[in-house]
Design a protein around this ligand. Structure first.
Ligand code: AMP
Length: 316
């Protein structure tokens, strides 16, 4: 298959507490969610990551069964898998990280398998910026698009390396709080302009249950988040978004601004599945008919009929 997506990111065990429940150890990690989401598109997806000896075989099988290539996943003998623990407040947009144990991630040096060194699209999932740079250095050809996701942890502890990665990517996908932290700007429009100056041509700012904004030059595209009856666990929403976004772009091979808008909708649909159940549960049970229904719902939510020409003339 030609449509190649290279995903670099964490594979993890998570402990999560939300107002609707608590789990001590479930499968998580940025690359896990990205891979599960992206593999629902027609493409060849490979993950580069690291896990410890404690990583369950059934979890490797689960990813392999979705057609994800794990030849770039290193298993460290005697090592422990990256562990993250987080708590959500009544407002599910607010999350506190309780613990981050880097474990095997601390000394990880990514090795991109030969057959993923010239991918069409690269998705740099949330991970140490040093690792992200090392991964980019191994590429043999410039991909059509490099997309970066990151978070406050890396901004606080590894800012210099993060700034360097940002100069090398075409798209950055972060949430509103992170955009403000990265730039010191409260206005998201000003923050996006400042991030453009740092390198990325496209800036995506996710706003949790309020949707996502895509900035390109002076244009802005706004995608809503589908109002859902039940949100149980927002963990992995950003990564599922990234997987849907890059999965759709890899499948179509079209990186025009118009197609990026559609990719934001597919990404938002994937994120909307993830949050309806704890962990990866809903993504794992994805069926194409779920996507059909959700895309239709997105269209209905955002379409309205108005005689634009007449309306504008009336106010001119
Ligand atoms: P999201 O909710 O999309 O931001 O992603 C949640 C996932 O990110 C969880 O499954 C965690 O294992 C993983 N994660 C949490 N903190 C970090 C970090 N500092 N670096 C990389 N991955 C992380």
């Amino acid at each position: 298959m030609n449509n190649k997506l290279l995903v670099v990111g964490t594979m993890a065990y998570d402990a999560i507490s939300t107002p609707f429940g608590k789990v001590d150890k479930i499968l998580g990690g940025a690359a896990t969610y990205i891979g599960l989401s992206a593999s629902r598109f027609s493409l060849d997806c490979g993950i580069v990551s690291v896990v410890g000896e404690d990583f369950e075989k059934e979890h490797l099988e689960l990813l392999k069964n979705q057609g994800i290539d794990l030849s770039g996943v290193e298993i460290v003998t005697g090592g422990a898998t990256f562990f993250w623990s987080g708590e959500y407040h009544n407002d599910l947009n607010i999350r506190t990280t309780l613990e981050t144990q880097l474990n095997v991630l601390e000394n990880f040096s990514p090795k991109i398998p030969e057959h993923y060194k010239s991918p069409d699209i690269v998705m740099l999932g949330n991970l140490s910026p040093d690792v992200q740079i090392k991964a980019l250095e191994q590429l043999k050809a410039k991909p059509k698009l490099i997309v970066l996701d990151t978070m406050n942890f890396w901004m606080e502890h590894f800012r210099a390396a993060l700034d360097q990665v940002i100069t090398k990517v075409d798209v950055i996908s972060i949430n509103d709080e992170e955009a403000r932290q990265l730039t010191g700007e409260f206005s998201l429009v000003k923050a996006a302009h400042q991030i453009h100056q740092m390198g990325p041509k496209y800036v995506i700012i996710k706003k949790g249950e309020h949707g996502a904004l895509l900035f390109y030059k002076n244009q802005i595209f706004s995608a809503p988040a589908l109002p859902l009856e039940e949100v149980l666990d927002p963990t992995g929403a950003g990564d599922s978004f990234a997987g849907g976004f890059t999965g759709y772009l890899t499948q179509t091979g079209d990186i025009s601004f118009n197609n990026l808008k559609l990719a934001v909708i597919y990404g938002s649909a994937m994120a909307s599945f993830t949050v309806e159940k704890f962990g990866t549960q809903k993504l794992v049970n994805y069926t194409p008919s779920m996507m059909a229904t959700r895309i239709k719902a997105f269209k209905e939510l955002t379409t309205f009929d108005i005689g634009l020409k007449q309306t504008i003339t009336q106010y001119e």
